[in-house]
Design a protein around this ligand. Structure first.
Ligand SMILES: *[C@@H]1O[C@H](CO)[C@@H](O)[C@H](O)[C@H]1NC(C)=O
Ligand SMILES: *[C@@H]1O[C@H](CO)[C@@H](O)[C@H](O)[C@H]1NC(C)=O
Length: 637
C-alpha cells in the first residue's frame, strides 16, 4: 500500500510538472488586442515609414583569446555598415572579456577597453550613433559605479553620459521610436562567475519606468540589454514582463545561442513582447539587422561576410508578430510586398515565390528597398510561405523562405527557445536544488526509522514488470538503508546537505580589496547582499557530483563488506572499493582546488567548508564506514 501511495505521489508530481511547464511556455497573449482606429497608412511602393538598425552582442574583446575580435569588428564596420547604412548600432553587452589567462579569474583590463574604444571610434566614422550597454563581463570586479575599475564609464561609447540604463528616442517625421537600454548587472559587481544572472536594481527599474512614461506616445518601443529576461531577478520583486508591458521587442545576448545549439533563440512572451536573443560576435561573428517598416518590426541574424542580406518587412514573419503592439492589419491593407536587400555589389535579380509559385520580380525603389505589388486577399486565410531569391553582381545568390499570414494565424515556435526564454531559470534551479536535497534527507531519515526495510520498501515484480529494475532498486534501497543505520555516517551526511543549503560555502575576495561570504542564497560583500542564482546551479552540481555519489559509494562499500567475498582478494578490493573512492576524492580535490580559489584567492580553499570540506568528509566517512563494516563482520563471525 505504501508503495502504491509512493507511485501515485510520483505520478502526480510529474503531471503537475508537465502542466506547469506547458503553461509557462504557452505564448498565447494575456492581453486584449486594440487595433488602431482609422488607420490610413498602409505599406505600398514608396520609400517611407522605414528605417533599420543593427545589433551586435557578446563581443568579448580579449587580451588572451582570439585577438581578431576587435579588428574583425572594425572590418565589419568598414565592409558591412558602410553598405548597410543603419541609423544606429546597439551593442548588447560583454564588450570586453575581462577574464584572466586561466579563464577562472576576472578583472577589468585597461588594454581590452582601449581596443574597444578604438574599435568604436573607427566604427563611429561610419555609423555615428553607437549605443552600448554593460554585460556581466563588463561588470566583473566593480565595487561601485564610480570605482576606477569601472572602465565602461570611460572607454565605452555611452559610458561618459550613461553609466547604466538610458533611453534614446529616434524621432522621425512619421513617428517616434524609443530604444531603452536596460542595465541589469549587479552592483557591486562580484568577480566571475557570480554575476551570471541579472539583478534589476530598484534605481534601474525606476529609471526604466520613467523611460516607459516618456515612450507612451512612441510608435514602437524597443528595449535592449545583456541578459535575457528569464535570467533577471528584480529587487522590487515585480514581474519584469509586466514592467515591460508596453515594449514591442527586447533585444539581448548573453546565452550565445548556447554555442549555436539553439540558433533561433526567439520567443513571444505572454505580454506580446518579442524576446530576441542574438548569437555572439565572440565566436560566430553574428550580427542582426532590424527594420521597422510602417511600425512592423522584422529582423534577420547574419554571419560576417555572407552577402547578400535579405530582409522581408512585409508580410512579416508569422511566428514573430506581436498583435498587441504591432499594427498587423497593415499586412492585409498593404499593396506591395516589401523587402530590403543589402550587398556591396549591385542587385541583379530579386525573384519572389509565394507557396512555391513564382509571383514576380521585385523592383528597386530606393536604398535597399525592393517591392512587388500583391493582392493580400489572395492569401486571406491560414499560413503561407514566401520565398525570395536574390542574385547580385558579385555572383552571390541568396534564398530565404519564411511563413506569413494575412489573418494573423501564428506559426509555431520551437520548444527550446521558449524553454530558455520563458521559464524563470532561477526558480527552476532553486526548485531542482530544494527537491534534490529534500529527497536526499527524507530518504535517509525514513530509512533510518525502519528496522527491517523488507516490510516497507521492497518491491516485488508485481509492481515492476521488469524484474531486473526492481532487484536493482531493492539492492540500492538496501545499501542506503545500511548507511542510514550507522549514526556516524547518517548524521554527517544529512547535516552536510543541510549545511550546503544554509551555511556559507567559502570566504573569498569577491571584489578587489573586499572579502565576502558566499551562501547558496546569495553573496554578502561590502555590507550588501547580492542574490546570485547561479549558486543554485553549483548546489545542484555539488549534490550530483559529490553528496549523492558519496552516499552510493558508502552503501556499496558496506554491502560489499557484508558479502563473503570481501577482504579476500586485494585486486577485487582495489576494483570495487579503492578505485571508486579514488575517483570520488580526486574529483572533489580538483573542484576544491580549481574554480573558487582561482577566482577568489586561496582563502576560498582554506576557508571553504563546502568544497574543501567535501574532500575531508569523503575520507573521514570512508574511515567510519570501514570501522563499522569491520565491526559488522566481527559480529557475524
Ligand atoms: C506613429 O504614430 C503616430 C501617432 O499615433 C501616427 O500618427 C503615425 O501615423 C504613426 N506612424 C506610422 C508610420 O505608423
Ligand atoms: C503602458 O501604456 C499605457 C497607456 O498606453 C500606460 O497607461 C501605462 O502606464 C504604460 N506602462 C505600463 C508599465 O503599463
Amino acid at each position: 500500500m505504501k508503495l502504491l501511495a509512493f507511485i501515485l505521489i510520483l505520478i502526480s508530481i510529474c503531471a503537475a510538472l508537465v502542466a506547469f511547464i506547458s503553461r509557462a511556455l504557452d505564448d498565447n497573449l494575456d492581453l486584449k488586442i486594440v487595433p488602431r482606429e482609422n488607420d490610413h497608412i498602409h505599406p505600398g511602393n514608396e520609400f517611407r515609414h522605414l528605417f533599420w538598425f543593427v545589433q551586435v552582442s557578446d563581443i568579448h574583446i580579449s587580451r588572451y583569446d582570439n585577438k581578431e575580435r576587435g579588428p574583425d569588428l572594425v572590418r565589419f564596420c568598414d565592409s558591412h555598415l558602410r553598405f548597410i547604412k543603419p541609423e544606429f548600432v546597439l551593442a548588447t553587452g560583454d564588450l570586453t572579456d575581462a577574464k584572466d589567462s586561466d579563464k577562472m579569474g576576472s578583472r577589468q583590463y585597461m588594454d581590452e577597453w582601449h581596443t574597444y574604444h578604438d574599435v568604436v571610434k573607427k566604427c563611429q566614422k561610419i555609423t555615428a550613433k553607437w549605443f552600448d550597454i554593460r554585460g556581466n563581463h563588463d561588470a566583473f570586479d566593480i565595487p561601485d559605479m564610480d570605482h576606477p575599475n569601472n572602465l565602461f564609464r570611460k572607454y565605452s561609447a555611452q559610458g561618459k553620459e550613461h553609466q547604466s540604463s538610458y533611453v534614446h528616442h529616434h524621432v522621425t517625421k512619421y513617428g517616434k521610436y524609443s530604444f531603452a537600454a536596460m542595465d541589469a548587472t549587479p552592483n557591486p559587481g562580484p568577480k566571475r562567475p557570480f554575476n551570471f544572472f541579472g539583478y534589476l536594481r530598484k534605481t534601474e527599474e525606476d529609471a526604466l519606468r520613467q523611460f516607459d512614461k516618456e515612450s507612451v506616445d512612441s510608435n514602437v518601443t524597443v528595449w535592449f540589454g545583456h541578459y535575457p529576461t528569464s535570467l533577471i531577478a528584480t529587487e522590487s520583486g515585480q514581474n519584469l514582463h509586466q514592467i515591460m508591458r508596453n515594449v514591442t521587442a527586447f533585444l539581448c545576448g548573453h546565452l550565445h545561442t548556447l554555442g549555436n545549439l539553439v540558433p533561433h533563440m526567439y520567443t513571444r512572451q505572454k505580454t506580446g513582447l518579442l524576446e530576441l536573443e542574438l548569437g555572439d560576435w565572440r565566436d560566430a561573428r553574428i550580427y542582426r539587422i532590424l527594420a521597422i517598416d510602417h511600425d512592423l518590426l522584422s529582423f534577420t541574424d547574419e554571419v560576417l561576410g555572407e552577402w547578400p542580406v535579405v530582409l522581408i518587412t512585409n508580410p512579416k514573419h508569422a511566428a514573430l508578430s506581436s498583435p498587441y503592439h504591432e499594427p498587423l492589419h497593415r499586412i492585409q491593407a498593404s499593396t506591395h510586398i516589401r523587402l530590403l536587400v543589402f550587398t556591396p555589389g549591385t542587385v541583379n535579380n530579386v525573384q519572389v515565390y509565394i507557396d512555391d509559385i513564382y509571383t514576380g520580380k521585385a523592383i528597386h525603389v530606393e536604398g535597399p528597398l525592393y517591392v512587388l505589388p500583391w493582392n493580400s486577399a489572395d492569401y486571406q486565410t491560414g499560413l503561407h510561405s514566401i520565398r525570395i531569391v536574390v542574385q547580385d553582381s558579385l555572383f552571390n545568390r541568396k534564398e530565404i523562405e519564411q511563413p506569413f499570414s494575412v489573418d494573423g494565424t501564428k506559426s509555431f515556435l520551437p520548444f527550446w527557445p521558449r524553454f530558455l526564454l520563458m521559464l524563470n531559470i532561477a526558480s527552476v534551479l532553486k526548485v531542482i536544488f530544494c527537491c534534490l536535497s529534500l529527497v536526499y534527507i527524507l530518504v535517509l531519515t525514513s530509512l533510518r526509522q525502519c528496522s527491517n526495510i523488507k516490510t516497507y520498501f521492497y518491491m516485488t515484480d508485481r509492481w515492476f514488470p521488469i524484474g531486473l529494475l526492481s532487484s536493482c532498486f531493492n539492492q540500492w534501497v538496501y545499501r542506503i538503508w545500511l548507511v542510514s543505520q550507522v549514526g556516524g555516517l547518517f548524521y554527517p551526511l544529512v547535516l552536510f546537505v543541510a549545511y550546503i543549503a544554509l551555511g556559507p560555502w567559502f570566504v573569498g575576495e569577491l571584489l578587489e580589496g573586499h572579502t565576502g561570504l558566499v551562501f547558496i542564497w546569495g553573496l554578502i560583500v561590502k555590507s550588501s547582499y547580492i542574490p546570485t542564482c547561479v549558486t543554485y546551479l553549483y548546489g545542484v552540481f555539488q549534490l550530483l557530483t559529490f553528496n549523492i555519489p558519496l552516499l552510493m559509494f558508502l552503501g556499496y562499500f558496506l554491502h560489499y563488506c557484508r558479502s563473503s567475498l570481501a577482504a579476500s582478494n586485494l585486486f577485487r578490493q582495489i576494483r570495487h572499493i579503492y578505485l571508486p573512492l579514488f575517483a570520488l576524492v580526486t574529483v572533489s580535490i580538483y573542484m576544491a582546488l580549481n574554480e573558487f580559489p582561482k577566482a577568489y584567492g586561496t582563502r576560498a580553499l582554506i576557508l571553504g567548508p563546502v568544497r574543501t570540506g567535501s574532500v575531508i568528509l569523503a575520507l573521514v566517512l570512508f574511515y567510519v564506514a570501514k570501522i563499522n563494516a569491520f565491526n559488522l563482520q566481527s559480529h557475524r563471525s
